[in-house]
Design a protein around this ligand. Structure first.
Ligand SMILES: Nc1nc2c(ncn2[C@@H]2O[C@H](COP(=O)(O)OP(=O)(O)OP(=O)(O)O)[C@@H](O)[C@H]2O)c(=O)[nH]1
Length: 349
């Protein structure tokens, strides 16, 4: 019998390419994902075809072997050094150990010396598209023995199906992430990071419908920077852009998670406040006005102060009309705020 550390070295000879193999495994984002019927089906099929009670789809991580699906026995993960599957990623496409008690690498492993006292192990490596063995489809039994040629050939085909499923799931995830990114691009204003006009109006329609349905108030605050033309004229368009960008950030950080801040157009911004009555919306607008006025911007090294006028419009659930009239109300109030001297909030009557 080999010394324990020699056996350990046989089982976990992390090859120089192991970090590449691990990188290939991690690209699939499959580790620690929930159980899934498709994998279970293929695993149970492997057990049935080989006529054995146990089958597993295992993925060999840095220090553990994580089990994606199992048949015959529940297993979540094992230390890498305690798993037969760690051997399956060492080079051979097919690994077969007809008597685990006779192989120095496996004779002392917990599943060999303890329940269920495994005796045979056959596996096919799961090979990534770039050629790395990331895990194995394996079958086991508590009696020694070998697979027939036909069973082995079928297990190879099934392993390809498992790998195809892993690829498919990874592609689906990439596609979902791309769709999310595209959605974000289509609904976000580049300069401010707020909802763009189209998205803002879309969300507003939805909120109007919700206010009607649940009989709750809905408010909108229109925000227009004061004398912004001067900022552009005196300091350049890039400084004006920077002011809008900073303002967008302030808005994103100020509003509650259910509020909807957007860029209505040019230097006019808007925040939709669901479930907020007029007095709450006016308080919000006043605090926003003060924050905008307190912000310091820079034109080169020169500090620059910018103020805004704000108009608040509200629908009570009793008279919720439509999104356009809500914005008209807020706009009329904004016009009043400008007219009364700017850097102030006007609320709809
Ligand atoms: N830098 C920059 N400026 C913008 C952008 N969109 C609109 N503006 C400018 O915002 C200015 C708006 O000017 P006006 O509508 O005349 O109003 P104002 O100077 O802000 O004056 P009041 O609103 O009456 O206080 C114009 O000069 C626009 O060019 C933008 O994306 N970037």
């Amino acid at each position: 019998m080999l010394a324990e550390e020699q056996v350990h070295a046989l089982i976990t000879p992390h090859s120089p390419a192991d970090h590449l193999r691990l990188a290939a495994l991690h690209r699939y984002h499959i580790l620690d994902t929930p159980a899934c019927e498709d994998f279970t089906f293929l695993t149970e099929l492997a057990a049935t075809i080989c006529g054995l009670p146990y089958a597993f789809v295992s993925l060999v991580d840095a220090d553990r072997v994580w089990v994606k699906s199992c048949a015959g026995m529940h297993l979540a993960e094992l230390p890498r050094a305690d798993s037969y599957c760690a051997l399956a990623v060492l080079g051979e496409a097919v690994t077969e150990i007809p008597d685990l008690t006779q192989d120095p690498r496996t004779a002392g492993m917990p599943l060999t010396v303890g329940a269920p006292f495994m005796r045979r192990y056959s596996s096919v490596a799961l090979t990534s598209s770039d050629g790395f063995a990331i895990g194995a489809l394996c079958v086991m039994d508590t009696r020694p023995g070998r697979l027939s040629d036909e069973q082995r050939a079928t297990l190879v085909k099934l392993a390809r199906q498992v790998m195809a499923l892993i690829e498919l799931r990874a592609n689906e995830k990439t596609l979902e992430a791309t769709v999310r990114e595209l959605e974000l691009l289509a609904t976000t204003d580049d300069l401010t990071g707020l909802h763009n006009r189209r998205s803002l109006l879309h969300r507003l329609k939805f909120e109007v419908a919700r206010a009607r349905r649940f009989r709750v108030p809905l408010s909108a605050v229109m925000i227009d920077l004061d004398h912004f033309k001067r900022v552009n004229d005196e300091h350049g368009h890039a400084v004006g852009d920077q002011v809008l960008h900073t303002l967008g950030k302030l808005l994103r950080e100020t509003v509650r998670v259910i509020d909807i801040p957007g860029r209505y157009g040019g230097e006019e911004l808007c925040v939709i406040l669901p479930n907020t009555p007029l007095d709450g919306a006016c308080k919000f607008a006043e605090s926003l006005r003060a924050r905008i006025a307190a912000q310091i911007h820079y034109a080169g090294a020169r500090p620059l102060h910018v103020t805004a006028s704000l108009g608040v419009g509200t629908f009570d659930h009793m008279d919720v009309d439509d999104s356009e009239s809500l914005l008209r109300q807020a706009d009329a109030a904004l016009y009043r705020a400008k007219h009364e001297g700017r850097n102030r909030v006007a609320c709809a009557n």
